[in-house]
Design a protein around this ligand. Structure first.
Ligand code: ADE
Ligand code: ZN
Length: 338
């Protein structure tokens, strides 16, 4: 790729909408927290960790991801994790980020919900003051657990409602269709939360339909398999339901074998509000700029495509319209000068 396009990509103001805070745990911080908290981890060196980060599918990754999350114990750990992400987000010119966290991953190990959310929100507040990054939190339910557990999590979260913008659905997709969580999403919507769900990552287009029809989501996370279903693509375009796509994640989890197969450009051309995100960058080898650069190279994207993707990221956010407009105006100003 020519260097002027890569410079343009790195500098463009952008928004991240699909980032799991637990997925930003870099091996170096994992070692530091393991030592600080006296937790045994099955690795002796950063090199060994990096070698272990080869996955044959989503489940292979999730096994390692949940195992590594055990080093997160105290409020300070969640603060350090979040602050390390914000430093990288700032470096990549992210101005707004909507961040997933998985409370059940921690409460199931005896960590208090309040510990998790206090650590994360303290870092977000500081990130706003220090870097000017605005942020929202999305609480994800683990879909391999039952709906009762999700409902208990929602009820616990109500004490911290002011800090949470939306609920989401993640973890092992196949065999755990969105409809399983119909009631808890209905309750969350009644409480005023926005709703998103991972769907069509490994699972079929049918799961995307379910997320739209039963969970009434505002956005779909991943949604790759939507491209298999013409009627679904028409529905997503007509209803303005965005997709938060994650190219390097798809490659590492073998959702596709080559980035050249990635459907994002076809989706943009079909009128879908598709966006680029990093998912679990510490595990997949790249933060948001790496994702933009890799997909631009693979699909021969041009400056106009990058502008569209960056504008989509703000348009698809949960920000109020005036803030979206202000961020999009920054992209126009940047594009004129670069
Ligand atoms: N949790 C963290 N990353 C995930 C992904 N890519 N898919 C489903 N659940 C996840
Ligand atoms: Zn994800």
């Amino acid at each position: 790729m020519d260097t002027s396009l890569s410079r343009f990509i790195c500098g463009i103001p952008k928004c991240e909408l699909h980032i799991h805070i637990e997925g930003t745990l870099e091996p170096e911080l994992m070692f530091k927290l393991a030592e600080r908290n006296n937790v045994n981890i099955p690795y002796n060196s950063v090199e060994e960790v990096k070698k272990a980060y080869e996955y044959s599918d989503l489940q292979g990754f999730l096994d390692i991801y949940y195992e590594s999350a055990r080093v997160l114990i105290n409020e300070e750990d969640f603060y350090d994790l979040t602050m390390a992400y914000l430093v990288k987000a700032h470096r990549d010119n992210i101005l707004h980020s909507e961040i997933f966290f998985d409370p059940q991953t921690h409460t199931s190990r005896g960590i208090e919900f309040s510990t998790v959310i206090k650590g994360i929100t303290r870092a977000l507040k500081e990130g706003e003051e220090k870097f000017g990054i605005s942020a929202k939190l999305i609480m994800c339910f683990l879909r391999d657990l039952d709906e009762n557990s999700a409902m208990n999590t929602l009820n616990t979260a109500m004490q911290f409602k002011e800090y949470i913008s939306a609920v989401g659905l993640d973890s092992a997709e196949i065999g755990n269709p969105p409809v399983k969580f119909k009631n808890v999403f209905e309750a969350a919507r009644q409480y005023g939360f926005n709703c998103v769900a991972h769907a069509g990552e490994e699972g079929p287009a049918e799961y995307v339909w379910e997320a739209v029809n039963y969970l009434k989501v505002n956005r779909i996370d991943h949604g790759n398999r939507s491209i298999d279903d013409e009627a679904l693509i028409k529905k997503l375009a007509a209803d303005g339901i965005p997709l938060t796509m994650c190219p390097l994640s798809n490659l590492k989890l073998k959702v596709l074998t080559d980035l050249k197969e990635h459907p994002i450009k076809r989706m943009l051309d079909l009128g879908i509000t598709a966006t680029i995100n990093s998912d679990d960058p510490a595990y997949f080898g790249g933060y948001i700029n790496d994702n933009y650069l890799a997909i631009a190279a693979a699909l021969n994207l041009q400056k106009d495509d990058i502008i569209k993707l960056a504008k989509n990221s703000f348009a698809a956010s949960f920000l109020p319209q005036d803030k979206k407009n202000a961020f999009i105006a920054l992209i126009d100003a940047y594009s004129k000068d670069n």
